[in-house]
Design a protein around this ligand. Structure first.
Ligand SMILES: [Zn+2]
Ligand SMILES: [Zn+2]
Length: 114
């Protein structure tokens, strides 16, 4: 924590930085600087918010969910799940999962389908 009386006082004011990617100037606000200081982030942001968002998208930090078709081990109904079922693991549709849970089955042993 930054505290007055410990030998230094830090005051933040808006700063203009140049984006590393597009070269456009962008504002690093006092509020963001406070946030960086609180998180102990030493580096200034190198990119403007637009380039940061574009970079994040390029890096694929949020890949689309790939759906796999499975057959419910309980009722035989076809459904899709957002993961690859493990070998030998029964997969239940959501209604069977709810029923199994209500019946006190160890539902951790089965995979839940959406
Ligand atoms: Zn930029
Ligand atoms: Zn089912």
């Amino acid at each position: 924590m930054w505290e007055a009386g410990e030998g230094f006082v830090v005051e933040f004011s808006d700063r203009i930085l140049a984006c590393r990617d597009c070269g456009k100037p962008f504002t690093w606000t006092a509020g963001e600087q406070t946030f960086y200081a609180e998180k102990s982030l030493m580096n200034e942001p190198a990119r403007c918010p637009e380039c940061r968002a574009a970079r994040k998208a390029r890096l694929g930090l949020e890949p689309p969910r790939v759906m796999h078709t499975i057959v419910c081990a309980e009722c035989g109904q076809e459904t899709t799940v957002p993961f690859v079922p493990r070998n030998g693991r029964p997969v239940l549709c959501s209604s069977c999962f709810t029923k199994a849970k209500a019946a006190g089955m160890d539902v951790r042993a089965v995979a839940l389908a959406d």
